[in-house]
Ligand binder design. Structure first.
Ligand SMILES: Cc1cc2nc3c(=O)[nH]c(=O)nc-3n(C[C@H](O)[C@H](O)[C@H](O)COP(=O)(O)OP(=O)(O)OC[C@H]3O[C@@H](n4cnc5c(N)ncnc54)[C@H](O)[C@@H]3O)c2cc1C
Ligand code: SF4
Ligand code: SF4
Length: 443
């Protein structure tokens, strides 16, 4: 099926994609923002507070989501995945797969009556599996669009949602659609995912519900989190002795992630600071190899955490074993004691997992990925150019980075895309006019 034409297609509705779309739309470009999840917002909408300012994350993200969603120059397509981007003969073709949501968005008014009527619950993906979600639901409170989505994996086809819906919006017969849209330029902001919690087998995450991911802790700390307070998952006990294990999926050749994920030191320090507010009597220990607090205000943030009494222990955590009473035993090599091996007990452990790319660039763009698997940056000056004519990228699609750097890069990618369109409109022929089309420095 053939779709519409746009000046720019932005792929990925996280904070980078939202910012790039807004910057382009404000310059009067017609933008399509494509997001494979049911709502825009990316990782940022699920964070509690942000380092280094401890601002409320959803308070910053929600107005930006709304500005993009309601912008006259932006169309937002959610539940839509970009599968392939082609750049040929001066045109970008973006091949899309529109997943069925089993709800007609033009009729759904987001009243949630279907959700209240649905008898089936499953682990809530927005709450990182900690709370419960109904088989048909608006994905989360400030989701955009505010439309219900039915999960066919859990639906038992009881029909209660059909009876409850006042607008007759539920559609069991909706099917997947394949579309191709054309654009002058494309900006890829497909972000990152965390590697699997169970990846390091010696940490035994599969054997204990009390070894959690940092995104789970973000939800536990969020004002509207799954339990309304911080409880450990196995038994609902208030944790009294929490460990953070840094580099638990980065800088580790044995799991194929040799690079630094750049934000884990800082989000772990942030989470420990927020926990010390939520659980004032808890002991909080951060096991680290190095603390990388390189951004503006980050070193002061780190020093503040130390002053608050958070323990920083320079040690390699060799293994984690579940022990009686759902507690955990950590075998640590204490660097400051010449590598002496000690056993430490904790009742909750947070693994700072590594960030890995979400998009397979070689498959999607027919261009080689960089060594780390993220998109290639062949030009050291125009860092947002992917090496493919008219295709730019920003944020964690190019490699892990924090929100501030993602937003700055999104602005740069929008400017590059806008400049590319202007040069084309001025009449050059493909491959000649914009100098970013020539002289790529091979990596
Ligand atoms: C636990 C944790 C805490 C953090 N805390 C902080 C903090 O306090 N401060 C800070 O500065 N940074 C923090 N970060 C980093 C922050 O999350 C990132 O900087 C930010 O999310 C990057 O945004 P992005 O838009 O580049 O990527 P993402 O947020 O990953 O967004 C990418 C979007 O693209 C979509 N997408 C992917 N593939 C496709 C496709 N093929 N088609 C369509 N859509 C697609 C995804 O669904 C997603 O919505 C934290 C990270 C973690 C893991
Ligand atoms: S038909 Fe499915 S989604 Fe609808 S109420 Fe029944 S279980 Fe829930
Ligand atoms: S599908 Fe119907 S009942 Fe459910 S939120 Fe939409 S309008 Fe309301």
């Amino acid at each position: 099926m053939q779709g519409a034409n746009f000046d720019v297609v932005v792929v990925g509705g996280g904070i980078s994609g939202i910012q790039a779309a807004l910057d382009l739309a404000d310059q009067d470009h017609k933008v399509l923002l494509v997001e494979r999840a049911a709502s825009i917002g990316g990782k940022m909408i699920s964070l509690s507070k942000t380092f280094p300012t401890l601002d409320c994350s959803s308070c910053i993200t929600t107005p930006k989501m709304s500005a993009a969603f309601h912008h006259r120059n932006i169309q937002v397509w959610t539940s839509t995945e970009v599968e392939r981007v082609e750049s040929r003969d001066g045109v970008r073709k973006v091949h899309l797969r529109k997943h069925p949501t089993y709800v007609d968005n033009s009729l759904c008014i987001g009243c949630r009556l279907c959700e209240y009527a649905c008898p089936v619950e499953y682990p809530d993906p927005f709450e990182e599996g900690l709370g419960a979600q109904r088989a048909i639901a608006v994905p989360f409170t400030n989701a955009l669009p505010q439309k219900a989505v039915l999960n066919p994996r859990y639906c038992i086809a009881c029909g209660a949602c059909i009876k409850a819906c006042p607008t007759d919006a539920v559609r069991f017969d909706q099917e997947e659609e394949r579309l191709t849209v054309e654009a002058g330029a494309v900006v890829l902001t497909t972000g990152f995912v965390l590697n699997a919690l169970e990846l390091k087998r010696e940490y035994n995450a599969a054997r204990s519900a009390n070894i959690i991911s940092p995104l789970q802790l973000e939800r536990l700390l969020a004002p509207h989190g799954p339990y309304g307070r911080v409880l450990r998952p196995s038994d609902g006990k208030v944790p009294g002795n929490v460990a953070f294990v840094l580099c638990a999926g980065s800088r580790d050749q044995s799991i194929g992630v040799p690079y630094c994920s750049r934000f884990c030191c800082m989000y772990s320090i942030k989470q420990a600071m927020l926990l010390s507010g939520a659980l004032p009597t808890a002991e909080l220990t951060i096991y680290y190899m190095d603390i990388r607090a390189f951004g503006k205000g980050h070193e002061q943030f780190y020093q503040n955490a130390k002053a608050m009494g958070i323990q920083f222990v320079k040690a390699k955590v060799a293994s984690i074993e579940p022990v009686t009473g759902d507690d955990l035993s950590l075998r640590v090599e204490l660097e400051e004691e010449g590598g002496r091996v000690a056993e430490r007990r904790h009742d909750l452990v947070v693994l700072a997992q590594g960030a890995i790319p979400v998009f397979e660039p070689s498959k999607a763009l027919n261009t080689p990925a960089a060594e780390d698997g993220f998109l290639r940056q062949p030009d050291p000056v125009r860092i947002t150019w992917t090496g493919v004519e008219g295709v730019f990228a920003a944020g964690c699609a190019l490699g892990p980075k924090d929100i501030v750097d993602s937003i700055v890069e999104a602005g740069a990618a929008a400017m590059e895309a806008s400049r590319f369109l202007a040069l084309r409109a001025a009449g050059g022929s493909p491959g000649k006019e914009p100098d970013q089309l020539t002289n790529p420095i091979e990596t």
